[in-house]
Write a protein that binds this ligand. Structure first.
Ligand SMILES: [Zn+2]
Length: 309
Protein backbone atom coordinates (compact mmCIF):
# COMPACT_ATOMS: atom_id res chain seq x y z
CA UNK A 1 0.00 0.00 0.00
CA UNK A 2 2.83 2.32 0.87
CA UNK A 3 4.38 1.83 -2.59
CA UNK A 4 1.09 2.55 -4.27
CA UNK A 5 0.68 5.66 -2.18
CA UNK A 6 4.20 6.76 -2.96
CA UNK A 7 3.63 6.27 -6.68
CA UNK A 8 0.48 8.32 -6.42
CA UNK A 9 2.56 11.06 -4.92
CA UNK A 10 0.56 11.10 -1.71
CA UNK A 11 2.32 12.25 1.39
CA UNK A 12 2.22 9.14 3.55
CA UNK A 13 3.76 10.83 6.57
CA UNK A 14 1.05 13.35 7.26
CA UNK A 15 -2.06 12.17 5.47
CA UNK A 16 -5.24 14.20 5.63
CA UNK A 17 -7.09 11.11 4.44
CA UNK A 18 -6.28 7.44 4.61
CA UNK A 19 -6.40 6.28 1.01
CA UNK A 20 -6.70 2.61 0.23
CA UNK A 21 -6.01 1.63 -3.37
CA UNK A 22 -7.56 -1.74 -4.15
CA UNK A 23 -6.73 -4.16 -6.97
CA UNK A 24 -9.58 -2.66 -8.97
CA UNK A 25 -7.82 0.68 -9.08
CA UNK A 26 -10.68 2.27 -7.18
CA UNK A 27 -9.68 4.59 -4.41
CA UNK A 28 -11.59 4.34 -1.16
CA UNK A 29 -11.22 7.19 1.20
CA UNK A 30 -11.56 6.58 4.91
CA UNK A 31 -12.44 9.86 6.59
CA UNK A 32 -10.12 11.23 9.21
CA UNK A 33 -11.32 12.77 12.42
CA UNK A 34 -9.43 15.22 14.59
CA UNK A 35 -9.90 14.48 18.29
CA UNK A 36 -9.23 17.14 20.94
CA UNK A 37 -6.89 15.85 23.64
CA UNK A 38 -8.06 16.69 27.17
CA UNK A 39 -4.38 17.06 28.16
CA UNK A 40 -3.76 19.62 25.35
CA UNK A 41 -0.40 17.85 25.10
CA UNK A 42 1.00 19.78 28.05
CA UNK A 43 1.70 16.72 30.21
CA UNK A 44 3.77 14.82 27.64
CA UNK A 45 7.53 15.17 28.09
CA UNK A 46 9.71 16.59 25.33
CA UNK A 47 10.35 13.99 22.65
CA UNK A 48 6.87 12.44 22.92
CA UNK A 49 4.99 12.79 19.60
CA UNK A 50 2.09 14.46 21.45
CA UNK A 51 4.27 16.95 23.38
CA UNK A 52 2.33 20.26 23.26
CA UNK A 53 -0.09 18.87 20.62
CA UNK A 54 -3.71 19.54 21.44
CA UNK A 55 -5.26 17.09 18.95
CA UNK A 56 -4.75 13.57 17.60
CA UNK A 57 -5.93 12.27 14.21
CA UNK A 58 -7.85 9.03 13.93
CA UNK A 59 -9.46 7.41 10.92
CA UNK A 60 -13.05 6.17 11.02
CA UNK A 61 -13.52 2.54 11.95
CA UNK A 62 -13.89 0.06 9.09
CA UNK A 63 -15.33 -3.43 8.67
CA UNK A 64 -11.83 -4.78 9.32
CA UNK A 65 -11.76 -3.01 12.69
CA UNK A 66 -15.15 -4.55 13.51
CA UNK A 67 -13.60 -7.94 12.71
CA UNK A 68 -10.74 -7.20 15.07
CA UNK A 69 -13.18 -6.16 17.80
CA UNK A 70 -14.90 -9.54 17.60
CA UNK A 71 -11.72 -11.61 17.24
CA UNK A 72 -12.06 -14.25 19.94
CA UNK A 73 -8.36 -14.74 20.56
CA UNK A 74 -7.76 -10.99 20.95
CA UNK A 75 -10.85 -10.68 23.14
CA UNK A 76 -9.58 -13.39 25.45
CA UNK A 77 -6.28 -11.54 25.85
CA UNK A 78 -8.13 -8.26 26.39
CA UNK A 79 -6.32 -6.83 23.35
CA UNK A 80 -9.16 -6.36 20.83
CA UNK A 81 -9.92 -2.73 21.66
CA UNK A 82 -6.22 -1.92 22.17
CA UNK A 83 -5.42 -3.24 18.69
CA UNK A 84 -8.19 -1.24 17.04
CA UNK A 85 -7.16 1.96 18.85
CA UNK A 86 -3.57 1.48 17.70
CA UNK A 87 -4.75 0.76 14.12
CA UNK A 88 -6.98 3.82 13.79
CA UNK A 89 -4.40 6.36 14.95
CA UNK A 90 -3.03 8.02 11.84
CA UNK A 91 0.44 8.96 13.16
CA UNK A 92 2.11 5.58 13.57
CA UNK A 93 4.89 7.05 15.73
CA UNK A 94 2.28 7.34 18.51
CA UNK A 95 2.14 4.31 20.79
CA UNK A 96 -1.32 4.20 22.40
CA UNK A 97 0.25 2.64 25.51
CA UNK A 98 1.94 5.97 26.19
CA UNK A 99 -1.26 8.03 25.94
CA UNK A 100 -2.54 9.51 29.19
CA UNK A 101 -5.71 7.72 30.30
CA UNK A 102 -7.86 10.82 29.76
CA UNK A 103 -6.58 11.24 26.21
CA UNK A 104 -7.14 7.57 25.49
CA UNK A 105 -10.72 7.90 26.78
CA UNK A 106 -11.23 10.80 24.36
CA UNK A 107 -10.06 8.59 21.46
CA UNK A 108 -12.32 5.72 22.58
CA UNK A 109 -15.36 7.99 22.78
CA UNK A 110 -14.59 9.63 19.40
CA UNK A 111 -14.13 6.24 17.71
CA UNK A 112 -17.39 5.02 19.19
CA UNK A 113 -19.23 8.15 18.08
CA UNK A 114 -17.89 7.91 14.53
CA UNK A 115 -18.84 4.24 14.23
CA UNK A 116 -22.18 4.04 16.01
CA UNK A 117 -23.30 7.57 16.77
CA UNK A 118 -23.73 9.48 20.01
CA UNK A 119 -26.68 7.61 21.49
CA UNK A 120 -25.49 4.91 23.80
CA UNK A 121 -28.13 2.61 25.22
CA UNK A 122 -26.97 0.37 27.97
CA UNK A 123 -27.93 -1.02 31.33
CA UNK A 124 -26.94 0.56 34.62
CA UNK A 125 -27.33 -0.51 38.22
CA UNK A 126 -28.84 1.96 40.65
CA UNK A 127 -26.17 2.64 43.32
CA UNK A 128 -28.92 3.00 45.94
CA UNK A 129 -31.39 0.13 45.43
CA UNK A 130 -29.39 -2.08 43.05
CA UNK A 131 -32.13 -2.20 40.41
CA UNK A 132 -30.73 -2.85 36.92
CA UNK A 133 -32.38 -0.67 34.30
CA UNK A 134 -32.02 0.57 30.75
CA UNK A 135 -30.38 3.97 30.37
CA UNK A 136 -29.53 6.12 27.39
CA UNK A 137 -26.38 8.20 27.48
CA UNK A 138 -25.79 10.99 25.01
CA UNK A 139 -22.09 11.03 24.24
CA UNK A 140 -22.46 14.61 22.98
CA UNK A 141 -22.67 15.60 26.61
CA UNK A 142 -19.15 14.54 27.52
CA UNK A 143 -17.27 17.60 28.69
CA UNK A 144 -13.52 17.82 28.78
CA UNK A 145 -11.73 18.50 32.05
CA UNK A 146 -8.74 20.50 30.90
CA UNK A 147 -5.27 20.34 32.43
CA UNK A 148 -4.63 22.37 35.56
CA UNK A 149 -2.79 25.66 35.00
CA UNK A 150 0.64 26.47 36.42
CA UNK A 151 -0.90 29.18 38.64
CA UNK A 152 -3.40 26.73 40.14
CA UNK A 153 -0.60 24.24 40.76
CA UNK A 154 1.36 26.93 42.58
CA UNK A 155 -1.65 27.83 44.73
CA UNK A 156 -2.04 24.18 45.71
CA UNK A 157 1.64 23.92 46.62
CA UNK A 158 2.31 21.42 43.83
CA UNK A 159 5.56 21.59 41.88
CA UNK A 160 5.51 20.37 38.27
CA UNK A 161 8.81 18.88 37.07
CA UNK A 162 10.31 18.81 33.56
CA UNK A 163 9.39 15.10 33.36
CA UNK A 164 5.73 16.10 33.78
CA UNK A 165 5.51 14.67 37.29
CA UNK A 166 4.03 16.51 40.29
CA UNK A 167 5.63 16.89 43.71
CA UNK A 168 3.93 17.95 46.94
CA UNK A 169 4.18 17.21 50.67
CA UNK A 170 2.02 14.63 52.40
CA UNK A 171 0.03 16.12 55.32
CA UNK A 172 0.72 13.36 57.87
CA UNK A 173 4.05 11.77 56.90
CA UNK A 174 5.39 15.25 56.00
CA UNK A 175 7.56 13.89 53.20
CA UNK A 176 7.49 14.81 49.50
CA UNK A 177 5.63 12.50 47.14
CA UNK A 178 6.00 12.59 43.35
CA UNK A 179 3.00 11.60 41.22
CA UNK A 180 2.84 10.70 37.55
CA UNK A 181 -0.29 10.61 35.42
CA UNK A 182 -1.44 7.11 34.46
CA UNK A 183 -1.09 5.98 30.84
CA UNK A 184 -2.73 3.36 28.66
CA UNK A 185 0.09 1.00 29.69
CA UNK A 186 -0.73 1.41 33.41
CA UNK A 187 -4.41 0.89 32.67
CA UNK A 188 -3.62 -2.33 30.76
CA UNK A 189 -1.39 -3.49 33.62
CA UNK A 190 -4.24 -3.07 36.10
CA UNK A 191 -6.73 -4.80 33.78
CA UNK A 192 -4.26 -7.66 33.29
CA UNK A 193 -3.76 -8.14 37.02
CA UNK A 194 -7.51 -8.14 37.61
CA UNK A 195 -8.03 -10.64 34.79
CA UNK A 196 -5.32 -12.97 36.12
CA UNK A 197 -6.83 -12.86 39.58
CA UNK A 198 -10.30 -13.59 38.20
CA UNK A 199 -9.06 -16.54 36.12
CA UNK A 200 -7.22 -17.96 39.11
CA UNK A 201 -10.32 -17.26 41.22
CA UNK A 202 -8.17 -15.34 43.67
CA UNK A 203 -8.91 -12.04 45.35
CA UNK A 204 -7.79 -9.08 43.36
CA UNK A 205 -5.00 -7.20 45.09
CA UNK A 206 -6.73 -4.09 46.30
CA UNK A 207 -7.32 -1.97 43.22
CA UNK A 208 -6.71 1.11 45.28
CA UNK A 209 -3.22 -0.01 46.29
CA UNK A 210 -2.37 -1.03 42.73
CA UNK A 211 -3.52 2.36 41.50
CA UNK A 212 -1.51 4.23 44.15
CA UNK A 213 1.60 2.17 43.35
CA UNK A 214 1.37 3.14 39.70
CA UNK A 215 0.66 6.82 40.41
CA UNK A 216 3.57 7.30 42.81
CA UNK A 217 6.88 7.81 41.02
CA UNK A 218 8.83 8.47 44.21
CA UNK A 219 8.21 9.08 47.88
CA UNK A 220 10.70 10.91 50.09
CA UNK A 221 13.01 10.74 47.02
CA UNK A 222 12.92 6.92 46.98
CA UNK A 223 11.83 5.54 43.61
CA UNK A 224 12.45 1.80 44.01
CA UNK A 225 9.12 0.16 43.01
CA UNK A 226 9.51 -2.39 45.82
CA UNK A 227 9.85 0.38 48.41
CA UNK A 228 6.86 2.21 46.94
CA UNK A 229 4.76 -0.98 47.00
CA UNK A 230 5.60 -1.41 50.67
CA UNK A 231 5.06 2.22 51.66
CA UNK A 232 1.68 2.27 49.92
CA UNK A 233 0.34 -0.48 52.20
CA UNK A 234 1.31 1.58 55.25
CA UNK A 235 0.20 5.03 54.11
CA UNK A 236 -1.96 6.87 56.65
CA UNK A 237 -5.53 7.13 55.33
CA UNK A 238 -5.34 10.92 55.14
CA UNK A 239 -2.17 10.83 53.02
CA UNK A 240 -3.70 8.22 50.74
CA UNK A 241 -6.80 10.37 50.34
CA UNK A 242 -4.73 13.49 49.68
CA UNK A 243 -2.82 11.68 46.92
CA UNK A 244 -6.07 10.65 45.23
CA UNK A 245 -7.53 14.13 45.62
CA UNK A 246 -4.45 15.79 44.10
CA UNK A 247 -4.39 13.21 41.31
CA UNK A 248 -8.00 13.97 40.50
CA UNK A 249 -7.25 17.72 40.47
CA UNK A 250 -4.23 17.49 38.18
CA UNK A 251 -5.42 14.87 35.71
CA UNK A 252 -7.03 16.01 32.48
CA UNK A 253 -9.89 13.76 31.42
CA UNK A 254 -13.20 13.35 29.70
CA UNK A 255 -16.06 14.08 32.08
CA UNK A 256 -18.15 11.00 31.36
CA UNK A 257 -20.72 11.58 34.10
CA UNK A 258 -24.42 12.04 33.40
CA UNK A 259 -27.48 12.81 35.52
CA UNK A 260 -29.26 9.67 36.60
CA UNK A 261 -32.62 9.19 38.30
CA UNK A 262 -33.58 5.67 39.32
CA UNK A 263 -36.87 4.53 37.81
CA UNK A 264 -37.50 2.37 40.82
CA UNK A 265 -36.50 4.39 43.93
CA UNK A 266 -36.07 7.90 42.39
CA UNK A 267 -32.50 8.11 43.73
CA UNK A 268 -30.63 10.89 41.92
CA UNK A 269 -26.90 11.01 41.27
CA UNK A 270 -24.26 11.49 38.58
CA UNK A 271 -23.24 8.27 36.82
CA UNK A 272 -20.14 7.60 34.72
CA UNK A 273 -20.82 6.34 31.20
CA UNK A 274 -20.05 2.66 31.69
CA UNK A 275 -17.77 1.18 29.01
CA UNK A 276 -19.67 -2.10 29.04
CA UNK A 277 -20.07 -4.69 26.32
CA UNK A 278 -22.51 -2.68 24.22
CA UNK A 279 -20.24 0.37 23.99
CA UNK A 280 -18.38 -1.11 21.04
CA UNK A 281 -20.45 -4.19 20.37
CA UNK A 282 -23.94 -2.80 19.91
CA UNK A 283 -24.99 -5.10 17.12
CA UNK A 284 -23.07 -8.34 17.28
CA UNK A 285 -23.69 -11.37 19.29
CA UNK A 286 -20.62 -12.43 21.22
CA UNK A 287 -20.86 -14.82 24.17
CA UNK A 288 -21.48 -12.49 27.06
CA UNK A 289 -19.04 -14.25 29.34
CA UNK A 290 -16.07 -13.40 27.13
CA UNK A 291 -17.00 -9.75 26.92
CA UNK A 292 -17.65 -9.58 30.61
CA UNK A 293 -14.22 -11.05 31.33
CA UNK A 294 -12.58 -8.53 29.04
CA UNK A 295 -14.44 -5.44 30.03
CA UNK A 296 -15.29 -5.95 33.63
CA UNK A 297 -11.77 -5.30 34.99
CA UNK A 298 -11.63 -2.01 33.14
CA UNK A 299 -15.06 -0.98 34.30
CA UNK A 300 -14.41 -1.85 37.90
CA UNK A 301 -11.07 -0.11 38.17
CA UNK A 302 -12.41 3.01 36.47
CA UNK A 303 -15.00 3.10 39.18
CA UNK A 304 -12.22 3.07 41.77
CA UNK A 305 -10.27 5.84 40.04
CA UNK A 306 -13.21 8.13 39.57
CA UNK A 307 -15.20 7.38 42.67
CA UNK A 308 -12.55 7.00 45.32
CA UNK A 309 -12.15 10.71 45.96
ZN1 LIG B 1 -32.84 2.81 42.77
Amino acid sequence: MRNNLDRLGLDTKKPQQDDIVGATGLTFVTPIEIVDLPSRGVFYPEGHPLHNKDTIEIRYMTAKDEDTLSNQSLLKKGMALEKVLQDIVVDKTINMDTLLVGDKNAVIVAARKSAYGTDYQTKVTCPSCGKVQGYEFDLHNCNVKEPISDEELEQLGIHKTEDCTFIFNLPILKVPVELKLLTGRDENFISQRVREAQLAKKDVESLLLLQLRLMIKSINNMSDPKVIAEVVTMLPAKDSKTIRQVYSQITPNMDLSHDFECKSCSFETRLEVPFTSDFFWPKWWIPETSIWTILHPKVSWRMVVYRSV
